[in-house]
Design a protein around this ligand. Structure first.
Ligand code: HEM
Length: 158
């Protein structure tokens, strides 16, 4: 017998938009206290943290809040151009975000966390590569990235 089990998106599994907004709110407070990252982010806009929350939420299968009202994949990429981010910046950014996820009690099952880390490794490495460029030839209509559970296949069943 086959059962029709609906697998939740990473967005749903995380707990929805309030979780993503709280995550970036807490994360960027840490960023502004971090000696390595503070100089890069000290001029960020007041909307920055919300935009990043909405961007990641959409990538994880949530509503199109970012792409229908705040930006596009193209615009997100543009924000990183010329920033000359280093591997040290990237590693600190990832470490602080994961530390925040632990502190806020995001789901800690191996499947969810491996998907999150996979996305962060992918996204932050692309941000570093793009940050070396002052200009980038890119299709303005390029769709938003999408991220799912990957090879682990589904959410953790205790
Ligand atoms: C998965 C990885 C990442 C995502 C999804 C992401 C997403 C975004 C988004 C959506 C914006 C635009 C915010 C707005 O509209 O105001 C932005 C801007 C920016 N991001 Fe990222 N980012 C990532 C990685 C990084 C990393 C690793 C760094 C540096 C360590 C970084 C540094 C910046 C900076 C400096 C800006 C511009 C801030 C300003 O407005 O002055 N990003 N990012």
């Amino acid at each position: 017998m086959t059962t029709d089990k609906k697998i939740p998106t990473l967005y749903e599994w995380a707990g929805g938009m309030p979780v993503f907004e709280k995550l970036t709110d807490t994360f960027y407070k840490k960023v502004l206290k971090d000696p390595l990252l503070e100089p890069i982010f000290k001029h960020m806009s007041p909307e920055h943290q919300q935009h990043v929350a909405h961007f990641i939420a959409e990538v994880f299968g949530g509503p199109k809040t970012y792409s229908e009202g705040e930006g596009s994949h193209y615009q997100m990429v543009q924000k990183h151009l010329g920033k000359h981010l280093t591997e040290q910046h990237r590693q600190r950014w990832v470490a602080l975000l994961l530390e925040t996820a632990d502190e806020l009690g995001l789901p800690a099952d191996p499947e969810f966390r491996s998907a999150v880390v996979g996305y962060l490794e992918w996204g932050t490495r692309i941000a570093v590569i793009n940050s070396r460029e002052e200009q980038l030839e890119m299709d303005k209509e390029q769709p938003m990235p999408r991220w799912g559970w990957g090879e682990t296949g589904g959410p953790y069943v205790p």
